[in-house]
Ligand binder design. Structure first.
Ligand SMILES: C[S@@+](CC[C@H](N)C(=O)[O-])C[C@H]1O[C@@H](n2cnc3c(N)ncnc32)[C@H](O)[C@@H]1O
Length: 288
């Protein structure tokens, strides 16, 4: 179901038809937002491979994506650049995320187990799970301004006071979380970056696995759904010497049923693959 059919409230200053919720075909990294085309390095940028906090990135050169909105050179290029900040309290700006490291309960005005989804996209999963589990705090981390807004609107429409979405680059997750701060982690259809020369952009790589072992509490769950099997196979292989246990794996969620039963929400991308009759893979890990 698209946003437009959910009766979401238009954002002031942003034309409603700008909320194009359609599948954007970005499996090979084709951008759907202007930010993806930005090339200019910021003044005072941290050294390549580190974030502005000085913590190492998870394997990707530094970019503009963790900059404050006012530091972007062309404010008019992307209406969501400023527009995403109109969606508080659901939306958190990049700088707010860094400041919350170690005390994320402040963002939700209450202590509760912190469940984090990387790349919520249009927000189906995050808002659906937040609605099912009001006893948990739910945080999405999304790089694209437009998708931050879409997710925020879904959280608002679902009445989820326990949901937030942070605009941030997930290659800098050490900026955001103290060791063991995350109770559970979800990654749904991460960009696969299939071509070899782009493989360095993949999230499901060794640095991400090591970060999981730092940031997710012992006993915490990691749930991954993906349409791109090689990425999952490679990731699991390189996790073999880390304190991560594979609880189970499903190689066709539509055919076999969700391994999480009712405690799962079909994502936007998952729906596209279901429609095409192509398998979606799911795996659950536990941090030991
Ligand atoms: C293929 S889409 C999947 C969206 C959604 N999870 C779903 O299943 O429908 C990947 C999502 O991850 C986001 N993303 C990609 N790289 C990211 C990064 N470095 N940090 C945060 N989000 C990222 C994209 O903007 C996009 O929303």
């Amino acid at each position: 179901m698209s946003d437009k059919r959910e009766g979401n409230v238009p954002t002031p200053g942003i034309p409603d038809d700008a909320f194009d919720d359609s599948f954007d075909g970005s499996f090979d990294g084709t951008p759907d937002d202007t930010e993806e085309t930005e090339k200019v390095e910021p003044v005072g940028a941290p050294p390549a491979g580190s974030s502005s906090s000085g913590r190492p990135s998870l394997g990707r050169p530094t970019s503009m994506r963790i900059r404050a909105v006012e530091d972007y050179p062309d404010q008019e290029l992307n209406p969501y650049l400023r527009g995403h900040l109109d969606h508080k309290p659901e939306v958190l700006a990049a700088e707010e995320g860094k400041a919350l490291r170690g005390h994320w309960q402040d963002a939700f005005l209450r202590p509760a187990p912190l469940h984090v989804e990387i790349g919520p996209g249009n927000g189906f999963f995050l808002s659906g799970m937040a609605a099912r589990h009001p006893e948990r705090n739910w945080l999405g981390i999304e790089i694209r301004f437009k998708r931050v807004v879409l997710t925020a609107r879904k959280l608002r429409a679902a009445g989820c006071e326990n949901g937030r979405v942070l605009r941030y680059d997930a290659h800098y997750l050490d900026d955001l979380f103290a060791p063991g701060e995350i109770a559970a982690l979800y990654v749904n259809h991460p960009d696969p970056w299939e071509k070899d020369k782009r493989a360095k952009h993949r999230l499901l790589r060794r640095p991400f696995a090591e970060w999981i072992c730092r940031a997710v509490a012992s006993g915490g769950l990691v749930r991954i759904k993906t349409d791109y099997r090689p990425n999952l196979d490679d990731f699991l292989a390189l996790c073999h010497d880390l304190p991560l246990r594979v609880d189970f794996r499903c190689d066709d969620i539509a055919a076999e049923g969700s391994p999480w039963g009712d405690d799962d929400v079909r994502t936007n991308y998952q729906g596209k693959f279901d429609e095409r009759g192509e398998p979606v893979y799911g795996v659950q890990l536990t941090v030991l």
